[in-house]
Design a protein around this ligand. Structure first.
Ligand SMILES: [Zn+2]
Length: 281
């Protein structure tokens, strides 16, 4: 299950979305040696970024970054307009029991690719919980009551977003009541129960409209053409030096952690403007 699905609590004017990611997340962490809590943080960040991208009308590109002075130095998730996601994390050496997130910040970049279509929001990491930090972002950027719940198992990460509709402020207390209901959702329910069964259970006595699910895919974008562009950017002096010693040019994609190696004929082909294909080392 790799999809995001919008819904509406019609009687109280609150919109919501459910995201569940399995292979999409597993592919992003497959080639890395991340510890269990970092795998989970990366997955929940991926789920949250999909919810962010999905909540915006203009189908923008969205990226989310966590930067801090804890063990985690950087975590980056990128989500394209077609909900293709990739993510990576850099973690320093870690003493036993040290928390991942220290003081730091969460930055969200939204790129609608139109004129003036770039927006960046930054909030401090106010909590060790990612969902609490993101709620602070939503409060700052959209100024709409928002509740976000992120949960995960070893196999799957999931998120539930509730947000008041713009210009349709819910009645006093209605949003808080719906948020309180959302908080009752358990990890097995959120990660494993189909939306048709889950939503009536979490929000009984509400009129629920459920929209079609949108698929979410993992896509690293380290294509032969993209890699050839990086080789060209190295410049002839650097390339000559590498081809002398060690005798090849090696690029490692920091998202999927695959290494690509180019020998002299491959580099020559790239410099002639050809895309030689890639050989995974
Ligand atoms: Zn890659």
């Amino acid at each position: 299950m790799n999809e995001v699905q919008n819904f509406l609590l019609e009687d109280i004017g609150i919109r919501g979305a459910l995201v569940r990611l399995e292979e999409t997340w597993q592919q992003a962490i497959a080639q890395h040696d991340y510890e269990a809590d970092l795998r989970q943080l990366l997955g929940q960040s991926m789920a949250a970024t999909v919810l962010l991208a999905n909540s915006l009308k203009s189908s923008p590109r969205v990226s989310m970054q966590l930067q801090g002075d804890g063990a985690l130095k950087l975590l980056l998730i990128q989500c394209s307009e077609e909900l293709r996601v990739r993510g990576m994390a850099q973690c320093g050496s870690r003493s036993r029991g040290e928390a991942l997130l220290g003081d730091g910040r969460l930055a969200v970049n939204v790129d609608t690719r139109g004129p003036n279509g770039f927006f960046q929001g930054i909030v401090p990491l106010v909590s060790p919980r990612l969902d609490a930090c993101l709620e602070a972002y939503f409060r700052q950027s959209e100024q709409l009551p928002t509740r976000l719940i992120l949960k995960g198992t070893e196999r799957r990460v999931a998120g539930l977003l509730l947000q008041a509709l713009p210009r349709h402020a819910p009645e006093d207390g209605a949003f808080a009541d719906a948020a309180a209901l959302a908080e009752t959702v358990t990890t097995p329910e959120l990660t494993g129960t189909a939306a048709e069964a889950l939503l009536p259970k979490v929000f009984p006595n509400h009129a629920i409209r459920l929209y079609d699910a949108r698929p979410v895919l993992h896509d690293c974008r380290c294509t032969p053409d993209h890699l050839a562009g990086i080789v060209r950017m190295l410049g002839e002096d650097e390339l000559d030096s590498l081809l002398l010693s060690p005798g090849w040019v090696e690029l490692t994609c920091e998202f999927c952690n695959r290494a690509f190696r180019y020998d002299r004929p491959a580099v020559d082909a790239i410099m002639r403007g050809e895309s030689p294909g890639t050989r995974v080392h």
